[in-house]
Design a protein around this ligand. Structure first.
Ligand SMILES: NC(=O)c1ccc[n+]([C@@H]2O[C@H](COP(=O)([O-])OP(=O)(O)OC[C@H]3O[C@@H](n4cnc5c(N)ncnc54)[C@H](OP(=O)(O)O)[C@@H]3O)[C@@H](O)[C@H]2O)c1
Length: 285
């Protein structure tokens, strides 16, 4: 697996296996299958409710701990220094790990600075190798980098051919050299992405599928991808992207798929803040 080097020299495998929306009953097998086809980077979160199952899979995998790169994310209901600190310890227990490779703050709302200080303290203690955030727009990321006075290695955001995030990429590079990760690289299949004509046409040239074209395009932009599948043959397909290169013309075609809007929700909108506040208040999550 190819790697990118983070701004603190930690190496991250460029393709991660995401376990969002994989039911608990299927997670152990899915993670074992992903590891079997070659994934070494697993992306979970407290809110996915499957950290324990990821932990079982890791404990059963025929690999040394150091061969794996494991990410989790702190959910908003665990924001604030003390709660974040204790929730990360719980995540480590569920994952059966004495250290984590990457921990992110999942959303840009609430007591971000207090929570982030807890992650920075874990990093100083050597219990988390890299720290960062998720769903931060450029101004929120610039704020954390400029005023937080703490290292930021990663921002994990939605990136796919319909929402390409070029401004986010430029800004992350120039402000702290923060590595971007792409969630929903396939837009969860929305907007006909797997049958998109431009992607099929480019794929035909290299005998690759639209999924492989997308993941190659993200990799060539210097971005880590997190793709999810519960099907082993798709997991293998999604990792088989290192034997071809996109041409400038291919990239021009993909650039034209940009819609400049999220396929899911806009983190800038006050209604999105309401939505997350409601989740925490009403459902305790
Ligand atoms: N930080 C955040 O807020 C955030 C938000 C969302 C996601 N994420 C992370 O990003 C990961 C990926 O995002 P996602 O799961 O939302 O969406 P995604 O990876 O864009 O799409 C997953 C969907 O694509 C299908 N699929 C996968 N490979 C395929 C292929 N080669 N051909 C056809 N269909 C394929 C999957 O179906 P099958 O499973 O049936 O194959 C599933 O329906 C998550 O698992 C999670 O780790 C983070």
């Amino acid at each position: 697996m190819e790697i990118f080097k983070l701004n603190n020299d930690v190496e991250i495998p460029v393709l991660g296996f995401g376990v969002f929306q994989i039911p608990q009953t299927e997670t152990v097998q899915a993670v074992l299958n992903a590891i079997d086809v070659g994934y070494r980077h697993i992306d979970t979160a407290q809110s996915y409710m499957n950290e324990s199952e990821v932990g079982i899979a890791i404990s059963q995998a025929p690999l040394e701990r150091e061969e794996l790169f494991i990410t989790t994310k702190v959910w908003i209901s665990n924001y604030g220094y003390e709660k974040t600190y204790s929730s990360v310890i719980q995540s480590m227990e569920k994952l059966q790990l004495s250290y984590l490779d990457l921990v992110l703050l999942h959303q840009p709302f609430g007591d971000v600075f207090g929570s982030y200080r807890a992650l920075a303290d874990f990093q100083k203690e050597g219990k988390i190798r890299a720290i960062g955030v998720s769903n931060f727009n450029p101004e929120r990321l610039a704020d954390l980098v400029a005023f937080g006075k703490m290292p930021v290695q990663i921002n994990q955001i939605e990136i796919n051919p319909f929402h390409q995030r070029e401004t986010d990429l430029d800004s992350a590079k120039t402000r702290g050299n923060v590595q971007l990760e792409a969630w929903a690289p396939f837009a969860e299949g929305r907007n006909g992405i797997f049958t998109n004509e431009a992607l099929l046409k480019i794929g035909n040239k290299y005998k690759k599928t639209p999924a492989q074209i997308i993941l190659r395009w993200i990799f060539e932009r210097g971005i880590v991808s997190l793709a999810k599948s519960v099907k082993k043959e798709r997991m293998a397909e999604n990792i088989d992207i290192f034997d071809f290169e996109l041409s400038d013309d291919d990239k021009t075609q993909i650039a034209q798929l940009e819609t400049s809007s999220s396929q899911f929700f806009n983190h800038d909108a006050p209604t999105s803040v309401d939505y997350f506040a409601e989740l925490v208040k009403e459902r305790g999550i």
